[in-house]
Design a protein around this ligand. Structure first.
Ligand SMILES: Nc1ncnc2c1ncn2[C@@H]1O[C@H](COP(=O)(O)OP(=O)(O)O)[C@@H](O)[C@H]1O
Ligand SMILES: [Mg+2]
Length: 305
């Protein structure tokens, strides 16, 4: 692969979402990796630079997490500028950003995902938390419909906590997801093109894999290869790939999955622009599959369209 065939490459990172800090770290790593790979790559922070300055770039590597970068809007804007970009297109990004619509689609296709209820900001005052608990049991997980990095999420173990958690999540989004709690191990599966990477198991002593466990803790354990049997690993990878494809995702991404007490996989979400620091999950799994960080970013860049 000749590195200058891609011309002048904009690496989009930073941005304005709640995940700006994570994006700044991911983006810098991608920028450095591309440069080491001989690419004429340049930082582009949509928070600090006018969008029109993107004209003149031949290709864009999107490393913006969350709203405004991972939700289809940037993808649509780049499409209008006729600049090929990495990863999934407008629809797949928008779908994956919206955890409620993602789960509705999976449920409709018969793909496994935990039971859930949706709370709307405008009708929240009439919401009957006891009825939700009667249907989903306790504990439950409360999440804003469109966020990432565990921002605005909380576990609720009582009616009062549920009420509180919903109010907190409504600060981030008009739509909030209440999900049945899954008691069991957690995995994530990276997809690069048509290749599905080995699953990573994440283990934390926190209640769940929250912001602290993701980005600050040195206690979080990552296992890759993990201890699944060959058959289970294959089943998990196949499910993750189906979940990825079902949303129309392409290029690259990462599917989060848990396994409940009955041994059943439960799909959580798809990340269309997952973390990309050198120690993030996608590079970790790719490394086990034989990709160096440079090879990984060059492979993702080459698939831009
Ligand atoms: N239903 C659930 N039961 C138990 N833990 C959950 C559930 N949903 C999410 N989690 C925990 O919360 C973390 C973040 O949830 P996820 O849906 O992946 O959102 P995010 O976009 O913030 O990563 C997961 O990695 C997992 O540890
Ligand atoms: Mg996640």
């Amino acid at each position: 692969m000749s590195s200058n065939q891609f011309g002048k490459v904009a690496v989009l990172f930073g941005g304005t979402s709640a995940e700006r800090d994570v994006s700044l770290r991911s983006g810098q790593a991608v920028l450095d990796g591309l440069r080491r790979g001989g690419i004429d790559a340049h930082k582009f922070d949509p928070k600090q630079q006018p969008f029109a300055e993107l004209a003149g770039f031949d290709r864009a590597f999107i490393v913006l997490h969350g709203r405004g970068g991972e939700d289809g809007s940037m993808q649509g804007a780049l499409q209008q500028l006729q600049i090929p970009y990495t990863g999934s297109g407008v629809l797949a990004c928008a779908m994956a950003m919206d955890k409620v619509r993602t789960k509705l689609l999976w449920a409709g296709m018969g793909l496994p995902t935990a039971n859930f209820e949706v709370i709307d900001k405008h009708t929240f005052s009439q919401t009957d938390c006891a009825a939700i608990i009667a249907r989903l049991g306790l504990p439950v997980m409360v999440k804003p419909a469109n966020e990432g990095s565990s921002v605005g999420m909380a576990k609720a173990t009582t009616d009062a906590e549920l009420q509180q958690a919903i109010e907190a999540a409504l600060q981030y989004d008009d739509s909030v997801l209440v999900e049945a709690w899954i008691n069991g191990p957690e995995y994530t599966v990276a997809v690069i093109g048509d290749e599905v990477m080995p699953a990573i198991q994440m283990e934390t002593d926190n209640d769940f894999y929250d912001y602290q466990a993701k980005y600050q803790s040195t206690e979080t354990r990552y296992h890759c290869p993990c201890d699944l049997s060959a058959d289970d690993e294959q089943a998990l990878r196949r499910l993750a790939h189906r979940a990825f494809k079902s949303l129309g995702c392409q290029g690259w991404g990462r599917v989060d999955v848990m396994r409940d007490e009955a041994g059943q996989w439960q799909l959580l979400e798809v990340n269309t622009v997952p973390g990309m620091t050198e120690t993030s999950l996608v590079p970790k799994a790719a490394k086990v599959a034989g990709y160096s960080f440079e090879q990984l970013v060059l492979t993702i860049l080459a698939m831009a369209k």
